[in-house]
Design a protein around this ligand. Sequence first.
Ligand code: BYC
Length: 333
Amino acid sequence: MYTQALNTQDSAPAAKSDPQADARFQARVDAEEKIEPNDAMPEAYRRTLTRQIAQHAHSEIVGMLPEGNWITRAPSLKRKAALLAKVQDEGGHGAYLYAAAETLGTSREQMEEQLLSGAAKYSSIFNYPTLTWADIGIVGWLVDGAAIMNQIPLCRCSYGPYARAMVRICKEESFHQRQGYEIMIALCKGTPAQKQMAQEALNRWWWPVLMMFGPPDKDSLHTESAMRWKIKRFTNDELRQKFIDATVPQGQFLDLTFPDPALKFDAGTQHWNYGDIDWTEFKRVVAGDGPCNRQRMKQMRAKHADNAWVREAANAYARKRQQRAAAMPIAAE
Ligand code: BYC
């Protein structure tokens, strides 16, 4: 089963809400206090955060696959070293995010199980293939660029562990975005064939990148509550617009053409207007039928099985340390 369907239900029964406790909680959020793991919180807040952070963590881990695919084929030692470091960073981001989600009471094993069974979502963008080296430039420039636009506001998320994890993640994402844009500059200043490769990669990735920000506000299930709880600070459409406004001039500098004939600057609003996004494609990819969904899940399951010995060894070592510590006589004063 490969579904990342939009209609998954929370399995736990809804906890009874306590209006007075909820009002006290909302007052803390409104006062910009950080909520910490042992603080009282509405069950719905815990659930929506666990869902978002876990999906975010899964995205970082699955996101290692399309780029990891190019490590052996990077065109120079310098490019290989930068790509290796970037992919390793993504693994680190997944680890911080799983740890942040664990503070809400769901174990990493449970989250992994949800990913591997197809019950949990990860970002739609990682279900598209990286066909040429230019796609690695595009992933850095646009995918990491979109991730930064979405994630900088998460540094101010009301939940302390998530907000703090995002500070470091955003610093690293900003390096990733620059390495991608630098690849794009090299290709666009290169031979006509390299420039063409860059253009074709932009044509393939532009619309899927715009879908990363999630469904339009009118169809978003969680935006209203996530904004009220100050998990999200901007809506999906607001972030998408900010991203387009920041990115179009970068594409113009590269002398590339965006694959959207409706893209036009509006001097009145000072924003770039854009054409209709194909939301049926988004729904199809999220439901498990994108170009690479099956391949990604197959790879994730194979890696999980291959790495079982590492988890067993780490658990055996932890048990041994606990036993040694328990057997140790307490030092006399
Ligand atoms: N793909 O009510 P909505 C990265 C789901 S970047 C798949 O608007 P919400 C990286 C959504 O989960 C990518 N599913 O939801 C970069 C919900 O489903 P459920 C990861 C999507 O949460 C470079 C349903 O659609 N970033 O990590 O308010 C290299 C309704 O949506 C997508 C993050 O996760 C999508 N694109 O807003 C390596 C950032 N969009 O749960 C890695 C944190 C929506 O009801 N996450 N859905 O079944 C967020 O900011 C928000 O969760 C979203 C969605 C903006 C993504």
